[in-house]
Write a protein that binds this ligand. Sequence first.
Ligand code: S3P
Length: 173
Amino acid sequence: MRKDKCERIFLIGFMGTGKTTISKKLKEKLKYPLYDTDAMIVEQEGMNISEIFEKKGEAYFRQVETEIIKKFETMGQCIVSCGGGVPLNRENVAYMRHCGKIVCLKATPQTVFEHVRYGKERPLLKGNMNVEYIEILMKRREPAYQYASDITVTTDGKELDEIAGEIIEKLNL
Ligand code: S3P
């Protein structure tokens, strides 16, 4: 894998697979600036994710998400922790592919459930916070994650250092 294509590292994957924590570990190791698309949206809109979904709707949220993804092309070397829905839009995938490498994190529905069960910031799981629903949604999204990713790393039962090391190795950094 060519290094010059690795200016930006986009971490994608289902909610609760560890994108936020692993991106922080990668930042520690690589010393690249770190961005989080959800945090950027919250800052730009002045509302939390649940409020945006409630007041403006999911379509609006997705539109803002795409605007944010487009910004990275001009932002230089960085790590980007992406909201779980980012790779569902082929336009987003094309942008990410154009300016960096896409790393997909994977975990079992059980692991995801343990990570997200007490969170209040995931409107898509509201009223459906259970392993069965997570499994259904994950299966539905699997082809999009697979299509988007340059490399895939599973996170179940692994130490953060090990996961970050695996990503760095697979990206040849
Ligand atoms: C979403 C995932 C969330 C957030 C929003 C929608 C999704 O981010 O962007 O609630 O569609 O999977 P995380 O993956 O960081 O939880």
